[in-house]
Ligand binder design. Structure first.
Ligand code: FES
Length: 143
């Protein structure tokens, strides 16, 4: 399996790992198939994502995509954060092997779960945001 230099860089030197103790939005999503779990914390001020951190029991691709996703959403407002799809993250990483695409969905869905939490707490509606799943298998990616 071939990984791009950017994937290898974000895997070996992941950005934004850890937790934000007073996070304004937090979400955890799993994948029963591989057993991996992703937790995402967001610090949000005036609808702007000031900080993002992730913690994972996940594979290398999950680490790399979450690392890149947190880099991309920092500084965005909560509506713009919806543009950081797994496809956008994969493009920023110069691609992922097809068998690893679901790992990037874990990062995207964890961000959605954290945004959902923020939306529930503050009443701020975020366009296009749906109630997140607990497990990305529920997204039926393979169907
Ligand atoms: Fe489970 Fe990558 S194999 S997230």
């Amino acid at each position: 399996m071939e990984y791009s230099d950017k994937v290898m860089d974000h895997f070996t030197n992941p950005r934004n790992t850890g937790e934000i103790p007073d996070a304004d939005g937090t979400g955890t999503v799993g994948n029963v198939k591989c057993g991996d779990i992703m937790k995402m914390d967001l610090k949000i001020e005036n609808d702007i994502i000031k900080d993002a951190k992730f913690k994972t029991f996940g594979c290398g691709a999950a680490v790399a995509t979450s690392s890149m996703a947190t880099e991309l959403i920092k500084g965005k407002n909560v509506d713009e954060a919806m543009d950081i799809t797994n496809k956008a993250v994969m493009e920023a990483l110069d691609g992922l092997p097809p068998i690893k695409v679901h790992c990037s969905c874990l990062a995207e869905e964890a961000i959605h779960a954290a945004l959902w939490d923020y939306s529930q707490k503050t009443g701020r509606k975020i366009k296009g945001l749906k109630k997140p799943v607990n497990d990305i298998e529920e997204l039926h990616l393979d169907d």
